[in-house]
Design a protein around this ligand. Structure first.
Ligand code: BDR
Ligand code: CA
Length: 306
């Protein structure tokens, strides 16, 4: 079982990924840090706890992090994820309180308590992770690995932008943070739009009907989240669950090693992740293909379990 600390911005697909993790014996979620991204940080912090409490996992600590990207104002995605960030799923407000430390110190503490044993999963803008790496420079080396959802690498026909024609949302939101993280020396596995926009890895209305047949709290919540996506976006993209899935079954995705440059600033290319053929940028592992049907099968089997 892998120990995981997770930085997230829930967000419908972050929530789906968290539910998948809580239903999977391969990972143990030690704690969650929340960041502004899909929604303001107060909302993502509430949403992480709403989901945990719904799944009887309210004892997992949640530490709130950055309210804004390093150099840009937040541009949330509530118009995509719904006014509560979770597709109006009707979960009650959280009862549990936040962990009494900032997200970056919480991340650092969780990793330093078990050096070499903890994998960091990051499925939002990388603001908290960048702060953690700047404030605790030993951290990248102490990690067992860093799995992140972010970027579009032109490795498949789907590897284009979703926030702009060229840039993926998480990296676009805080390109300065991504630049710090991609140059940190951590062992990085990046799952980008190249695989998460592959139609074979999306849930559709038939999958939804299957999920609706199960009445567990997890299946009920997943059905509500997926239903919102199918209704308003045609299908349910599984960006963040795919990143988590690399820890459940490494054979689901192929990775290629690449040097990646992140475009900072606020020009047309803000947040673009370019692969370079040479240079001094560190090599990271970038997802280049996914077995979509096997991934969906795994997701559904975990969600439909009693
Ligand atoms: C990423 O952006 C967010 O909207 C999703 O939660 C996912 O992490 C996809 O580009
Ligand atoms: Ca996310």
């Amino acid at each position: 079982m892998r120990k995981v600390v997770w930085d997230m911005d829930p967000g419908i697909d972050d929530a789906l990924a968290l539910i998948l993790a809580l239903k999977s014996p391969e990972v143990q979620v030690l704690g969650i840090a929340t960041v502004a991204g899909n929604a303001p940080v107060e909302i993502t912090s509430a949403n992480a706890r709403r989901v945990l409490e719904c799944l009887n996992a309210g004892s997992i600590p949640v530490a709130m992090g950055a309210a804004n990207p390093l150099n840009h104002p937040l541009e949330d995605a509530l118009s995509y994820h719904g006014p509560d960030g979770l597709g109006n799923c009707g979960l009650p407000s959280p009862l549990t309180t936040l962990y009494p430390a900032k997200a970056w110190d919480f991340l650092a503490r969780s990793v330093s308590d078990a050096p070499g044993e903890v994998t960091l999963v990051a499925t939002g803008p990388l603001t908290n992770v960048a702060y953690a790496f700047e404030l605790h420079p030993e951290l990248p080396e102490f990690l067992a690995g860093l799995v992140l959802m972010g970027g579009a690498y032109s490795l498949t026909p789907y590897g284009k932008g979703n926030q702009t024609p060229f840039a993926e949302f998480n990296i676009w939101q805080d390109p300065e943070a991504a630049h710090i993280v991609f140059d940190s020396g951590a062992d990085i596995f990046a799952v980008g739009l190249d695989v998460s926009m592959d139609p074979a890895a999306c849930l559709n209305s038939q999958h939804l009907e299957q999920i609706k047949t199960r009445r567990t709290p997890a299946a009920h919540l997943v059905a509500q989240l997926v239903e919102y996506e199918v209704k308003y976006h045609g299908c349910c993209r599984m960006h963040d669950p795919l990143a988590l899935a690399t820890l459940l079954d490494a054979s689901l995705l192929d990775f290629t090693s690449a040097r990646v440059e992140v475009a900072k600033g606020n020009d047309w290319d803000r947040g673009v992740t370019r692969t370079l053929s040479s240079g001094s940028a560190q090599l990271i592992h970038v997802a280049s293909a996914v077995d979509g049907s096997r991934f969906l099968k795994l997701f559904l089997s975990r969600i439909l379990e009693e």
